[in-house]
Write a protein that binds this ligand. Structure first.
Ligand code: ARG
Length: 579
């Protein structure tokens, strides 16, 4: 494991500099593998240690680096120490590198590789509540909801694998004036028959139609207001219809999320917090924090100098509450129910200000835990379309990814192994979509491109899957080879060393992702791993090699496969065994 080497180097530094070795652990990084051969494995940057007060910050940094390097003694673990450009480079013993990195992959599998790293300890924070996906009933499931779904799932997976308890929550848009319209529309154009057959489709159709009619028919608007009032007053008939819409929608979403390999622990929604929202208003009134504006609305002053230059509306003049009022109530309710240590909201960046205000109001109300609430915003996706047109439902995207991938698979010569092509195509198609989405900074907008994301070569999710399937096939073909032991001195070739050096970085990469909650560090790591595996495949044949060499190489490929699969699962991609 990387930790073993980091600790050994840190000990050396601690002893020489008469400091606690722990300060050097985070300062040591595994050197990224580049094209040309590199002999060192770890480096220590002197600059940050000077500015951090660990080393004296006076004098020439170059000289200081060289002097320190000269003071450090080589040994059987750290074989070479050199200084260059304000860095000290360390090269570890090659045989030991193979032994330590591969020892835990006895049966070609280690699901917890890298997770016990001391670098990751600080990310175990107890209970994390992640709220994501959160579509609106009867409305379109747009690209923003898709992004929220996969990003939130990634964050939840990451937090869970780092050892946190995670509550996965879906906060449905299941309340508001849109239900007035839907209720009024359903009594005119709705059918229970169609609602059963294709609920999402039917509710959407009714909603679109009623909106159109409402533009020119005042009766409809009146009926909508009536229906919503009945709902707010909990009148049995209205509530029962609303409940049917909701239940049927949740059932349908559950089924579709399952296709994506996604599940939620809790489905809640805005409707749960009507009473809570009114209580919030009362509390704010009680504390003198709610002001009445000229328009008669209830507002909270969020300006830094208390001059009402920036306010947030919580109550309409007719006494009804708003989206943010319900969010305040929801947050308080979640804290009471789930005792989370941190809460993460995943939505597009247009809601940044909303969450900023939400957290500020919670703090003003005395809820100091709001400091541990975080909004993870993301950019817009342009041009997400299927062959038949716009994407309206989540399932449209899944179907399109599957059918395009099936087509590509039938065209390819290398991929004919699988017995369940549709299932494989769906998994591979989804990884393509996820990798495309996760490659850049989440905040950037990007253009959706089916052809590019589905390429088998190049940095795509298909390439990840293809590499994984190929490694599985290698393992299947060599089932007879004994996997219990291996000789670590039989992996001296550069192609193998590159893989081992790359695996040294895995815990650092998880550390980065845990810090900024960006999946791109992990995606880049896995794509690079696949490129290194492709070279190793060419240069380190298993077939035809002597038994002990074959054994060692299989251990290496097995470890690479396992780390690839672990990383893919954190991203939310299910690795396929055949393609
Ligand atoms: N349903 C909302 C929408 O589609 C997203 C909800 C985000 N979460 C929240 N707690 N406000 O825009």
């Amino acid at each position: 494991m990387a930790c073993f080497f980091r600790r050994r180097i840190a000990e050396k530094l601690g002893r020489t500099l008469q400091q606690s070795e722990d300060v050097f652990i985070p300062a040591l990084t595994a050197i990224p593998v580049l094209k040309k051969q590199q002999s060192a494995d770890f480096r220590l940057a002197i600059g940050p240690l000077r500015s951090g007060g660990v080393l004296p910050s006076s004098g020439d940094i170059q000289l200081q680096t060289e002097n320190l390097a000269a003071q450090l003694k080589q040994d059987s673990v750290v074989e070479e120490i050199s200084a260059a450009c304000g860095m000290i480079n360390f090269r570890v013993n090659r045989r030991l590198l193979a032994e330590k990195m591969l020892e835990s992959f006895k049966n070609g599998e280690n699901n917890t590789f890298g997770l016990d790293s001391e670098l990751l300890k600080s990310f175990q924070r107890g209970t994390t509540l992640v709220e994501y996906s959160s579509p609106n009933i009867a409305k379109k499931f747009h690209a923003g909801h898709l992004r929220s779904t996969i990003i939130g799932n990634f964050i939840a997976n990451l937090k869970e694998s780092l050892g946190n308890r995670v509550v996965r929550m879906n906060y449905l848009g299941d309340w508001g004036m849109q239900f007035g319209l839907l209720g009024a529309g359903f009594s005119r154009f709705g059918s229970f028959e169609k609602l059963k057959q294709n609920p999402l489709q039917h509710l959407f159709e009714v909603y679109v139609q009623v909106n159109k009619e409402a533009e020119r028919d005042e009766d409809i608007n009146r009926a909508a207001r009536d229906f919503f009032r009945q709902l707010e007053q909990h009148q049995a008939e209205a509530v029962s219809l609303w409940r049917q819409f909701r239940e049927i929608t949740v059932d349908e979403y559950r089924r579709v999320y399952e296709r994506l390999g996604i599940r939620f622990d809790v489905y809640c929604g805005e409707s749960f917090h009507q009473r809570g929202a009114h209580e919030v208003v009362e509390q704010l009134q009680g504390r003198g924090l709610l002001k009445t504006s000229e328009k008669g609305t209830g507002v909270v002053d969020l300006s830094p100098h208390g001059d009402m230059s920036s306010v947030c509306t919580l109550l309409r003049s007719d006494g009804t509450t708003l989206y943010i009022t319900r969010d305040i109530a929801a947050a308080i309710d979640r804290k009471e129910k789930y005792h989370f240590d941190e809460m993460i909201y995943v939505t597009d960046k247009s809601q940044e200000n909303h969450f900023h205000q939400l957290f500020q109001i919670l703090l003003n109300m005395g809820h100091s835990w709001a400091k541990r609430c975080r909004h993870v915003p993301f950019g817009l996706v342009r041009g997400m379309k299927t062959r038949t047109g716009e994407v309206v439902f989540l399932e449209d995207v899944l179907d399109e990814a599957r059918s395009r991938m099936l087509h590509n698979m039938s065209q390819s010569h290398t991929t004919k192994e699988t017995e369940q092509p549709a299932d494989t195509a769906e998994k591979v198609g989804m990884s393509a979509l996820i990798v495309q989405d996760f490659k850049g900074p989440l905040l950037s907008d990007y253009k959706f491109d089916w052809d590019r994301m589905l390429q088998a070569q190049g940095d795509t999710g298909v390439f990840l899957q293809y590499t994984h399937a190929r490694l599985c096939s290698l393992m299947r073909k060599n089932e007879g080879v004994d996997r219990e032991s291996f000789d670590p001195s039989l992996l001296p070739e550069q192609a193998g060393v590159f893989i081992l050096q790359h695996l040294l970085r895995y815990d650092e990469v998880l550390h980065h992702s845990a810090q900024d909650l960006q999946p791109r560090h992990l995606v880049t790591f896995l794509l690079k791993l696949c490129h290194l595996i492709a070279s190793a495949h060419r240069e380190l044949p298993v077939k035809g090699s002597p038994q002990d060499v074959a054994q060692a190489r299989l251990r290496l490929f097995g470890a690479a496969r396992s780390v690839l699969a672990n990383g893919m699962r954190i991203l939310g991609v299910s690795p396929v065994d055949k393609m």
